[in-house]
Design a protein around this ligand. Structure first.
Ligand SMILES: [Zn+2]
Length: 172
């Protein structure tokens, strides 16, 4: 019988041990995945181990900010990672000590913005034509800065790595 488990960017051996095999080392280096993210894979794997409904999904990345983490997984695993009434996500938040948002890896950039900023007031999205190409400027009211879990730096970095898109969050 094949034992199914959630797939991570590192192999099963590396998930369960404090080492990285040479295959995973190479892969992570080329993807710019760092130690803290790898620790989160291991923690998350432990946290969801008993959850039978999360058996053959795939975690593709976890983006980290100081108080926030964005888990990117296959579309079918999103409800499972959130859990009924958010029970799983709350467990993950407690263990990782961060506010968590789970999104599908098949979102478009526009869907991502809606998803990630659903509790914010988006004043407007401007498209700027720069020498480096198109850049999106997403404008949020200044008084919402304190409730925004995601820093503008992390937002820009996620837009860049996940969508190959240049974007900035500005508070005004
Ligand atoms: Zn490995």
């Amino acid at each position: 019988m094949k034992i199914m488990s959630m797939e991570f960017p590192i192999c099963n051996v590396c998930l369960k041990n404090e080492i990285l095999c040479s295959g995973c080392s190479k892969k992570l280096e080329s993807n710019g995945i760092r130690d803290e993210e790898i620790r989160l894979y291991r923690n998350l794997n432990k946290t969801i181990k008993g959850e039978k409904h999360l058996k053959d999904g795939k975690i593709s990345r976890i983006y980290l900010d100081k108080n926030f983490a964005l888990i990117v997984c296959d579309k079918n695993s999103v409800p499972g990672l959130i859990g009924k009434n958010g029970i799983i996500i709350k467990k993950i938040e407690k263990i990782l000590g961060k506010q968590i948002r789970v999104i599908s890896d098949s979102l478009t950039f526009n869907e991502f913005i809606k998803e990630i900023l659903f509790s914010s007031t988006v004043l407007g999205i401007n498209i700027m034509y720069t020498q480096e190409g198109i850049k999106y400027r997403i404008r949020i009211p200044g008084n919402e800065r304190v409730i925004m879990p995601l820093s503008p730096e992390a937002f820009a970095s996620i837009a860049n790595t996940l969508f190959n898109t240049s974007a900035e969050l500005v508070f005004e």
